[in-house]
Design a protein around this ligand. Structure first.
Ligand code: AMP
Length: 507
């Protein structure tokens, strides 16, 4: 089962129907998309790439992204979609860790990526897409579809992990097939007349939820505005009725308050099918605003890269069931287990806990990653006993609905992006004026959470613009603290472990 078979099949079945679009403009029919994918696959092979080799994608969203990704699969290669907002050195780590041989990148990221040739040992070539280089590569005679088994890796999904070093969750063709089937089972059926809008990064949720749409022959639509505003969304629901998209809660919040969409209201958004939100907590007040603007077109998902966005879900029907006595509690939780997984809450010894008791959320099923790429110890630890240990802490209610209470990994989610404090702490510790540091998230009405650094100075307090610069030189801009607080010492427990809870309480 090769995921790229969906494109090949739709190329034959759907012919001149639209496959890819930018705004209202069609950029490829299914015949054209399938030809570019099979041609691009031949291009990759001509570069010497063999099935199982890794091709990374460092690109902003655009139609060519999907061509590259499916061409890689068609040729039997493993795609490594990299968050295009990462710092150059973070990208370098991912390329080296995955043993990437070829990177496909756009003009905006080319200078950084090309500078890694010679620095990342495995890296042999950089291809630019979209543009003449990709056009030439994809114009080749079609390569026959490579045979792939369900257990063959398809997508290395890099997550930051608690150690600060990203880990590549190895998602197989079988994992992504299960995630796509589970979308049909729990979120929505999809028809060839539907469309999916990629308003969020393809390297994350939007890419994952794009797959069931590609499978069914729906159109993949790319907004032209960055970021997409309400007026554009409204236009797109008219150009492409049956439109669904994935959005982090912060984006849902922004769009729900957009005057164009508020004016249109639920009845003016007839072409909007579903907004799938998740990846971070959605606050009740924001959800109520979103339901007022969009109507009952919201579905929530809870997942992580290790089980590609498929653990629990809260359907559109659950959102619409406002008369239910426990509606408020339910929409503040993350829903109930998806059809293809088993979900448990366990104690420290991995014993299952009854409803009402709080413990770590663990998951088992066909969607769970095969492991972390070339990190056997981390894989064994996370997948111990055959269950994926999510690092999330939660509890079930008597009806089987899950609510998340905390994140045992101290993850900060700001603007829909995951930030692991350790990465920021390590960057700040590179400044000679920083003796110790602890980074935590503070609730923030705009960003969901904002990064705050508690700094113990070594001598005089270093100026905050220098601390900013220290971060910007090492990590992505969005990870930089929004606030610095200087303290005489950090609260620690008997083992010398910083008590982050106490710091959060200070905020
Ligand atoms: P990632 O692997 O980047 O997708 O991040 C996954 C993490 O985001 C999960 O382990 C949760 O901590 C958090 N998360 C995902 N979905 C939700 C949700 N619906 N509500 C609250 N937190 C979520």
């Amino acid at each position: 089962m090769n995921l790229a078979s969906w494109v090949a099949r739709n190329g034959r079945r759907l012919g001149d129907r639209p496959a890819l679009a930018e705004g209202a403009r069609v950029t490829a029919t299914w015949t054209g998309f399938a030809a570019r994918v099979a041609g691009g696959a031949a291009g990759f092979r001509a570069m010497g790439l063999e099935p199982g080799d890794r091709v990374a994608i460092v690109m902003a969203n655009c139609p060519a992204y999907l061509e590259v990704q499916h061409a890689a699969w068609h040729a039997g290669l493993v795609a490594v979609p990299v968050n295009a907002r990462l710092h150059r050195d973070e990208v370098a780590f991912i390329l080296a860790n995955s043993g990437t041989r070829v990177v496909v990148t756009d003009d905006a990221h080319a200078a950084d990526v090309e500078s890694l040739l010679g620095e990342v040992p495995s890296l042999e070539a950089v291809v630019r897409a979209p543009g003449p280089q990709w056009d030439e590569l994809r114009a080749r005679d079609p390569l026959p579809l490579a045979d792939r088994g369900r257990d063959d890796p398809a997508w290395l999904f890099y997550t930051s992990g608690t150690t600060g070093r990203p880990k590549g969750a190895t998602l197989t063709h079988g994992n992504l097939l299960m995630a796509s089937l589970s979308y049909f089972a729990d979120i929505d059926p999809v028809a060839a007349t539907d469309s999916v809008l990629h308003a969020a990064p393809l390297s994350h949720g939007s890419g994952l939820y794009g797959l069931p749409h590609v499978a069914r022959g729906a159109v993949s639509v790319f907004p032209t505005g960055s970021p997409m505003d309400g007026a554009e969304l409204l236009e797109l629901t008219r150009a492409w009725p049956g439109l669904s998209f994935f959005a982090a809660p912060i984006m849902v919040k922004r769009l729900a308050a957009d005057p164009a969409l508020v004016d249109a209201g639920p009845s003016g958004l007839a072409g909007l099918k579903t907004i799938i939100y998740g990846g971070a907590p959605m606050y009740l007040a924001d959800l109520e605003d979103a339901l007022a603007t969009f109507g009952p077109r919201l579905a929530q998902i809870y997942g992580q890269g290790e089980t590609p966005m498929t653990i629990t879900g809260l359907s559109k029907a659950d959102h619409a069931d406002t008369g239910h006595p426990r509606w408020r509690e339910r929409v503040q939780g993350v829903g109930f287990p998806r059809t293809d997984v088993e979900v448990r809450v366990v104690d420290e010894d991995d014993r299952e806990l009854p409803a009402g008791e709080v413990g770590e959320v663990v998951v088992r099923g066909g969607v769970v990653m095969s492991g972390y790429w070339e990190q056997p110890d981390a894989s064994a630890e996370t997948l111990r006993g055959g269950w994926l240990h999510t690092g999330d802490v939660g509890s079930f209610d008597d009806d089987g609905f899950l609510t998340l209470r905390d994140r045992s990994k101290d993850l900060i989610i700001s603007g829909g992006m995951n930030i692991y404090p350790r990465e920021v702490e390590e960057a700040l510790l590179c400044h000679p004026g920083v003796a110790a540091v602890a980074v935590v998230g503070r609730p923030d009405p705009e960003w969901g959470e904002a990064v705050v650094a508690f700094v113990v100075a070594d001598g005089d307090e270093p100026p905050t613009d220098e601390l900013d610069r220290t971060c910007l030189d090492r990590i992505a801009r969005f990870k930089r603290p929004k606030e610095y607080r200087f303290v005489a010492s950090l609260p620690t427990n008997n083992y010398g472990k910083v008590l982050k809870r106490e710091l959060r309480e200070l905020l």
